[in-house]
Design a protein around this ligand. Structure first.
Ligand code: ZN
Length: 480
């Protein structure tokens, strides 16, 4: 063999062996180490820092240990806090805050999925869909309420409920679950000119070829069709409070399980699932601490489902937990250097359920103070567990007389109205625990963000809530 030929063969062999080495190296490097295949996005509506800490104190008291018992997401490696003001004010409503968490853009209060100049925004649903993820949305309030609709809707009027159902139908949301399809007559609004019933909205969903059912197990097992899991034929516009739930009534946990089943059965390419704890916000608008803490626990239980899923898919899952804004201005510590969670252990019904009980008594013609006093004792623990001062009892008795003299005065909440007697009784109970509320609406307090799993460290730099979806979109490989 000539020397020249030997050199060429030698060179060729080197090139071939180098190619093999590169192939071997390429094969051992993960294709995209930062791209999570399964993304869970949990939004506790109205869940401020004290909602979390209060629940941790309440749980510790209940289990007999006292102190603080950390919730599952409090133990996540990434714990941060973000600002959440809207484009119009320092205190956001759920529409602007939901839009911020879904699109990464600040907007005017009441706006959903559009910026302050009415331009339509891309949401995480769009990015997920473009990047090959299947999308699921779960809530325990209406599927066209502010938070879920921020992930598919576009309107300046958050109460344009029929329009939002049409936006959902035309979206890439494969699985949706919630308490109802909110109709047009519930809230007065400029856009709701025509009365459209929930039954009509359900018909629109069915006509679009979407499988509409109220059976969670059935919904989780559907393959090859879009699904809307909705309790639309029930009178209630939301799922019941955990505190009031009777056996067999559906829960946020049932809905989240169904969503995970459905998404696991219907795609091999990964999914994006948003879960909203919506009743948490309702309970805080009503300034009802126990109802709020039990909703936070329910929310944490849905996060347990995601943690169990992550155990099965350890190198592919990301779990993000946050909140849209704080509701109620809840303070832990009011009249002394203490919080007395033991005072709350006798509460057996929410202020809304108790309002219903008092109204039933009124309708039955019951006019004896002792009967009403007994109900406040039975359902809140007043007098037996919770000391009631002479002044407080005088206030409750005045409220009781007003029921008959003033035909049942009500305290107007954002979503529900409480009987004044019940509102004052729950306030006395909360103060006995040294818990006070400063607002019946939202506040602009910092909100938390927690993360665990693939890409978790990217959330360390989040300063405002709009940064969160931007990081998620980036991890998906797309852009908002
Ligand atoms: Zn909200």
């Amino acid at each position: 063999m000539k020397k020249q030929t030997r050199v060429i063969i030698g060179l060729l062999l080197s090139v071939i062996s180098l190619c093999f080495s590169i192939l071997i190296i390429t094969d051992t490097i993960p294709t995209s180490p930062k791209k999570p295949k399964y993304i869970f996005y949990f939004i506790g509506d109205g869940m401020g820092l004290n909602h979390i800490l209060g629940t941790e104190q309440y749980n510790a008291e209940k289990s007999g240990k006292g102190g603080i018992e950390l919730l599952n997401f409090s133990k996540f490696p990434i714990r941060n806090f973000v600002t959440n003001h809207s484009a119009s004010t320092l205190v956001a409503d759920s529409a602007a805050a939901g839009t911020a968490l879904a699109t990464g853009c600040k907007t005017t209060n009441t706006y959903i999925g559009i910026d302050s100049e009415n331009r339509e925004l891309r949401s995480l649903t769009d990015v997920a869909s473009d990047e090959g993820y299947m999308v699921g949305l779960v809530t325990n309030v209406g599927i066209n309420h502010a938070t879920p609709s921020s992930f598919y809707g576009h309107t300046s009027d958050r109460f344009a409920f029929p329009k939002l159902i049409d936006d959902y139908i035309n979206s890439d949301v494969a699985f949706i679950a919630g308490a109802t399809l909110i109709d047009a007559k519930r809230v007065k609004s400029a856009t709701n000119t025509k009365i459209i019933s929930t039954a009509e909205l359900a018909e629109r969903v069915r006509n679009a070829g979407i499988h509409l059912t109220s059976n969670a197990e059935e919904a989780g097992n559907i393959v090859g069709n879009r699904v809307a899991l909705v309790e639309y034929d029930k009178k209630n516009k939301t799922l019941p409070y955990v505190l009031d739930r009777k056996g067999g009534e559906p829960s946020l946990i049932d809905y989240t399980k169904a969503a995970i089943n459905y998404l696991s059965n219907n795609t091999k390419d990964g999914f994006f699932l948003m879960v909203e704890g919506g009743k948490l916000d309702y309970a805080s608008h009503e300034q009802d601490a126990v109802a709020t803490f039990l909703e936070v626990n329910e929310f944490a239980a849905t996060i347990d489902l995601a943690l169990a899923f992550a155990k099965q898919h350890p190198k592919e899952t990301l779990i993000v937990v946050t909140s849209d804004h704080e509701t109620g201005g809840m303070s832990l510590g009011y009249d002394n250097y203490e919080v007395r969670m033991n005072m709350l252990m006798g509460q057996k019904a929410s202020s809304i359920e108790l309002t219903r009980i008092v109204q039933d008594m009124r309708a039955e013609g019951k006019r004896n103070w002792n009967e009403y006093k007994q109900v406040l004792n039975d359902y809140l623990g007043l007098w037996s567990l919770v000391p009631v001062s002479k002044e407080e009892e005088a206030l409750l008795r005045r409220d009781f007389y007003d029921i008959f003299l003033k035909y049942g005065p009500m305290v107007s909440g954002l979503y529900n109205n409480s009987e004044v007697l019940v509102y004052d009784a729950v306030r006395i109970l909360n103060r006995a625990a040294s818990i006070e509320w400063t607002s019946m609406l939202h506040t602009g307090l910092y909100t938390p963000i927690f993360a665990i799993g693939i890409g978790e460290r990217e959330f360390i730099d989040c300063r405002d809530q709009t940064d969160i979806p931007k990081v998620i979109a980036d991890l998906m490989g797309g852009e908002l």
